[in-house]
Ligand binder design. Sequence first.
Ligand code: FES
Length: 205
Amino acid sequence: MPESFASSSEVDSSKRTWLIASSCAGAVGGLAAAVPFVSSFQPSERAKAAGAAVEADISALKPGEKMVVEWRGKPVWIVHRTPEMLATLPKINDQLVDPDSTRKPEEQAPAYARNPTRSIKPEYLVTIGICTHLGCSPNDKFAAGPQPSLPDDWPGGFFCPCHGSTFDLAGRVFKNKPAPDNLEVPPHMYLSDTKLLIGDDKKQA
Ligand code: FES
């Protein structure tokens, strides 16, 4: 059985656990190499362990790119979606388990992310990069079209190498895969057009 990211409760109760499976470590490493990492402000290690919100500067995040920030020991992905990426979302609803984010709404997406793009601003996806099956971190597969391990009509999204679950560019899980649920959207809000706060949404409408 692959190791995995710790569950939310484990993360919250331990100091700062970020366990990566040996089978998934390559995927995470590959992801890091393939995706430009945009640095962001991080609070102290102690504050992070306590679950403090973290700021993310998205000013340098170009369309089509993803950055990763850590919150509560978990990787939070921020994807700057292009108009082409967004255009795929409404076309594949019938292939998805929960296209409208109605399953477990309180756990999986704050009210402001229960919409067709699962986001506050359509162009920015903010989601926790942990597969809802056993906790591996999926790989980016943003390019549409046929490629190994994916269907010929692949619209672009994320592929979990551990057991083959696939997610679209809004983090919605495809049908007939081991992962039962969409990727989780964490609480977040915009402090400005270029700054996000992950882990706190008190001022988000
Ligand atoms: S952990 Fe099993 S498919 Fe992702």
